[in-house]
Design a protein around this ligand. Structure first.
Ligand code: ADP
Length: 632
């Protein structure tokens, strides 16, 4: 569509809100604007180069890709230019003003959660990089001409407040100029030394030259070194860290660097990073899976999903493979069988690197695992070929670790006492909730360690990982698991003497499938367990919380009573003395509700519980104090 006149258009409302934030509260790292504009320029060149593989006409005579920075001290403007794809009028309106970016909303929400220092990192992460220009400029003008025949140049202008204008412009060559009219106090960005410093710091590895005129001659400001193509011995730790920050938008250093050449059916260069903490995109917004894919140094995809499985989405970096075809669509390329071969290799290497990190730097690994472990665990269910290797990377708290400290499956198995055949675990919301659960009593008494799992993902992935080194994994809150030491289990006499009471309570408690004597309690009076084949209480609650409660009602649990507990024994006597004594049902009901509360469950009718409990308390309070008269 041709642009005849000047039009004024409104920014989308989320954008307006975001621009307001950018101009008013994101001042701390304002210099990142340059990195963002350079990255857009490089991206525009990469897109053109990629398209030109199938459409040679696009390039014309202008084949020397470059990003130019031109400072004009008189006009107080800094211009970032590229000879990339450019934009048509509609593209400019859409991309710079109205596009509904799913990232924008997430960006706004996440701003509230991070400290001011990390905020500018978020700008790049959420694809709102262009607008960072308004941190330093009070007006931004974009002059652009789309590549290919038949496009007219356009000028887009805005003060970043409520609206922008678009109109025809003069520009004969394809590409884009982003002209920043700098704010009063931002004159530093007109100085060559400043531009040199910022490019070195943030954009050194951009593969196209970033040039600026100095005394009439062009000076290239970046080294353009493709780090992944250089020999490992030549790359410094700082260079790796700088490159890591460029690909990940992280602020810190990676926990581990993998840099190698993969060989076999095909040769490929790999430079991958394992982050020290949870990367930004996995905290907020859409997670992007896969490393960058280059084919002979040409960037083909920012995130190649075919190269890493989703459970390794925290891994950032680059893969460069010379044997892939360049002149096919990205969709077709993703199906290339070579990628599957490379993926296999990458997964093995990443898992091996994680194992090394765990062995050599346990503290760094523990920190990594707290933040990223739940993502890695997805692999247990998704990647059967590597499940054993993944299982070896997992850290768990247990009844034998201090709070916050962890053990591993292999340490667990090594520490199993004679006679223990299975690996036990209990899932729940928090350590405090699970570690005092009555169902653990028998396991403690037998000296059996129980893993305490409080990550919601555990419930979902463990069932698909039924055993480790030949030892079945078992949830302890199931009816068919018991581990109390010999001698603490109910005797035949106890079984028969309690039978009438259990039957009576079973009739009285319709929400319970069965009432029976416990083979696992050593201290508490009662507990609830899942009947054979049924899901545990924690999973049921998780499903209910996430709105998947359908079909969960009517699932009945098994109530277990501890025959050796004085209260349970007294209840039996009460029932023997008078089978119709209403207190049997009253007390039995309370024992059930107690069990429900102690496993973190919710009472269906808490008010009725309180009323009945008070009835008992009142009876006690009205009786004389057992020790005689109360102290004065
Ligand atoms: P992102 O680059 O993360 O998508 P931005 O807000 O930085 O988000 O840019 C928005 C869009 O504007 C880009 O996706 C791109 O389509 C377009 N754009 C920005 N700068 C340029 C440029 N120099 N050349 C061509 N298109 C550009």
């Amino acid at each position: 569509m041709s642009v005849a006149t000047k039009e004024t258009l409104e920014f989308r409302s989320e954008l307006r809100q975001m621009l307001d934030l950018i101009t008013h509260s994101l001042y701390s790292h304002e210099e990142v604007f340059l990195r963002e504009l350079i990255s857009n320029a490089a991206d525009a060149i990469d897109r053109l180069r990629f398209r030109s593989l199938t459409d040679g006409e696009l390039l014309g005579d202008d084949r020397e890709y470059a990003i130019r920075l031109v400072a004009d001290k008189d006009a107080r403007t800094l211009t970032v230019s590229d000879n990339g794809v450019g934009m048509t009028r509609d593209e400019a309106v859409e991309n710079l003003g109205t596009i509904a970016r799913s990232g924008t909303k997430a960006f706004l929400e996440s701003l509230a959660e991070v400290d001011a220092k990390s905020r500018p990192e978020l700008i790049g992460q959420f694809g709102v990089g262009f607008y960072s220009a308004f941190m330093v400029a009070d007006t931004v003008t974009v002059v652009s001409k789309a590549a290919g025949p038949g496009h007219e140049a356009i000028r887009w202008t805005s003060d970043g407040k409520g609206s922008f204008t678009v109109e025809p412009a003069d520009r004969s060559a394809r590409g884009t100029d982003v002209v920043l009219h700098l704010k009063e106090d931002k004159s530093d960005f007109l100085e060559t030394w400043k531009l040199r410093q910022l490019v070195k710091q943030f954009s050194d590895f951009v593969e196209h030259p970033i040039v600026t005129p100095v005394d009439g001659k062009d000076e290239t400001l970046n080294s353009q070194k493709a780090v992944w193509l250089r020999p490992k011995a030549e790359v410094t730790k700082d260079e790796y860290a700088a490159f890591y920050r460029q690909v990940s938008h992280d602020v810190g250093e990676p926990a581990k660097v993998l840099h190698y050449t993969g060989e076999g059916t095909t040769e490929f260069k790999v430079l991958l990073f394992i982050p020290a903490t949870r990367p930004f995109d996995l905290r907020w917004g859409e997670a992007k899976v896969g490393p960058r894919l280059y084919v002979r140094r040409v960037l083909v995809m920012d995130h190649c999903e075919a190269l890493l499985p989703p459970y390794l989405r925290f891994v950032k970096g680059v893969v460069d493979c010379a044997d892939l075809p360049l002149n096919v669509s990205r969709e077709l390329l993703q199906q290339n069988p070579l990628l599957a071969v490379i993926q296999k290799n990458l997964v093995k290497s990443v898992l091996k690197a994680l194992a090394e990190l765990k062995k050599d730097e346990p503290e760094a690994y523990a920190k990594f695992f707290v933040e990223v472990g739940s993502i890695l665990k997805e692999g247990l269910a998704r990647d059967h070929a590597n499940a054993a290797a993944i299982a070896d990377l997992l850290l768990f708290e247990s009844t034998k670790t201090e709070k916050g400290k962890t053990t591993t499956l292999s340490a667990y198995v090594d520490g199993m006492p004679e006679g223990q055949k299975e690996i036990y675990y209990l899932t729940g919301e928090s350590r405090a909730q699970v570690e005092n659960a009555p169902v653990l009593e028998g396991f403690r008494a037998s000296g059996f360690e129980v893993l305490l799992l409080t990550d919601p993902i555990d419930e979902l992935v463990l069932p698909s990982f039924p055993e480790y080194k030949g030892k079945p994994l078992r949830a302890v809150d199931r009816a068919d698991v018991d581990a109390a030491p010999e001698g603490s289990k109910p005797t035949d006499e106890e079984e028969s003497s309690f039978k009438p009471l259990l039957a009576r309570l079973g009739e009285h408690l319709p929400s319970v499938k069965e009432v029976r004597l416990s083979r696992r309690l050593t201290e508490s009076a009662s507990c609830l367990v899942a009947a054979e084949g049924e899901m545990g209480a924690h999973l049921e609650r998780l499903l209910a919380h996430s709105g998947h409660a359908d079909g969960l009602e009517g699932r009945k649990r098994v109530l277990e009573l501890n025959a050796r507990h004085p209260l349970v024994a007294a209840l039996r006597e009460l029932h023997e003395a008078g089978p119709d004594d209403p207190r049997v049902e009253l007390y039995g009901g309370l024992l059930y509700e107690e069990a429900l509360l102690s496993e973190g469950g919710r009472l269906v009718d808490p008010a009725s519980f309180a009323r009945r409990l008070n009835e008992v308390l009142l009876r006690d309070a009205s009786a004389p104090f057992p020790g005689g008269a109360k102290e004065a």
